[in-house]
Design a protein around this ligand. Structure first.
Ligand SMILES: NC(=O)c1ccc[n+]([C@@H]2O[C@H](COP(=O)([O-])OP(=O)(O)OC[C@H]3O[C@@H](n4cnc5c(N)ncnc54)[C@H](OP(=O)(O)O)[C@@H]3O)[C@@H](O)[C@H]2O)c1
Length: 273
């Protein structure tokens, strides 16, 4: 396995999760060219003892003998690393991707298996299922998504909030591109029924909290998930990377990893994230 963003808050925990798994070994730990961590031993940096793998910069050959790359970095970092991936599989948790980066990921999936997820916790997968059922069961309820994250998070709303809103939109038969409204301000007028509101709180050390409100006349339901430990994302990503080792090129979902059998499309994957 290789880790892109190995010096980051999440990347360090991925390195630790790989080191803790006797079936896996860390082939490369990659960071930016201007990183203050270049040359440091990845295991020592991540608190799991020396692994003999120094942190290197994105560039030709940076992923060494790795079969799969696990990415928790930044959209521009992933974009610069993708040309050096060759036919290696990719598990990416990076959020805030632009359309050109999504196109790059699609191109990579023609030659390797690719699994992107805005949230690698199992609880969020369950929340998506519960949400889809609740939206169908309460067809007249207004839907609002609120998320909170630590003060260092760079994108808003979170990729997870967007994914939850998209699940709700599809369950309601709405086009996510048109239904999502980001915050409200000024004379917004009465709330249209075909809207899904998204709201982002930032501050402190919140690992990640998401609540979807279903607001009906006379009653309200709030479906909530809170991550209390970032290592849940790291463990989920490593589990996905192990699963990806045997897969054909294509796009896969975290739900495929959790399902007894992968749902297949013409290119082997479940068809986009
Ligand atoms: N899907 C999930 O479950 C999940 C969970 C948590 C976080 N995330 C997402 O994962 C991403 C990382 O989050 P984080 O909190 O771990 O971020 P972070 O602590 O800021 O770490 C960012 C990492 O990217 C590296 N980096 C920066 N510029 C780079 C470049 N040009 N080339 C290569 N590497 C570069 C940094 O290394 P240097 O600064 O040393 O170069 C660092 O290792 C974010 O998009 C976040 O939203 C997703």
């Amino acid at each position: 396995m290789a880790v892109l963003g190995a010096s980051g808050r999440t990347g360090r925990l991925v390195v630790a999760a790989i080191a803790a798994d006797p079936a896996l070994s860390l082939a490369a730990a990659v960071v930016g060219g201007a990183s203050s961590h270049l040359g440091l031993d990845a295991g020592a940096l991540c608190g799991v003892g020396v692994l003999g793998v120094p942190l290197t910069a994105v560039g030709p050959g940076c992923f060494g003998e790795a079969e799969v790359v696990i990415d928790f970095s930044l959209p521009h970092a992933l974009a610069s690393a993708l040309p050096h991936l060759g036919a290696r599989g990719l598990v990416s948790g990076t959020t805030g991707s632009s359309t050109p980066l999504l196109e790059q990921l699609e191109a990579h999936s023609l030659r390797a298996p690719v699994l992107c997820a805005a949230n690698f916790s199992l609880g969020i997968e369950l929340l998506k299922d519960l949400l889809a059922r609740a939206v169908v069961a309460l067809p007249s309820a207004d839907i609002e998504v609120i998320e909170a994250h630590h003060r260092h998070k760079r994108d808003a709303p979170s990729g997870t909030a967007l994914a939850l809103a998209e699940v709700a939109a599809r369950a309601r038969g709405l086009d996510p591109q048109r239904a999502l409204v980001h915050g409200r301000r000024g004379a917004v007028g009465p709330r249209p029924t075909d809207q899904i509101g998204l709201h982002a709180l930032r501050g402190g050390d919140v690992t990640g909290a998401h609540t979807v409100w279903l607001l009906a006349d006379g009653e309200r339901i709030a479906l909530s998930h809170e991550a209390s430990d970032r290592s849940t994302f790291a463990r989920g990503a490593v589990r996905a990377a192990r699963w990806l080792l045997d897969r054909a090129p294509g796009r896969y979902l975290l739900a495929d990893v959790l399902a007894p059998e992968p749902r297949t499309t013409s290119r082997g994957g479940s068809g986009g994230v």
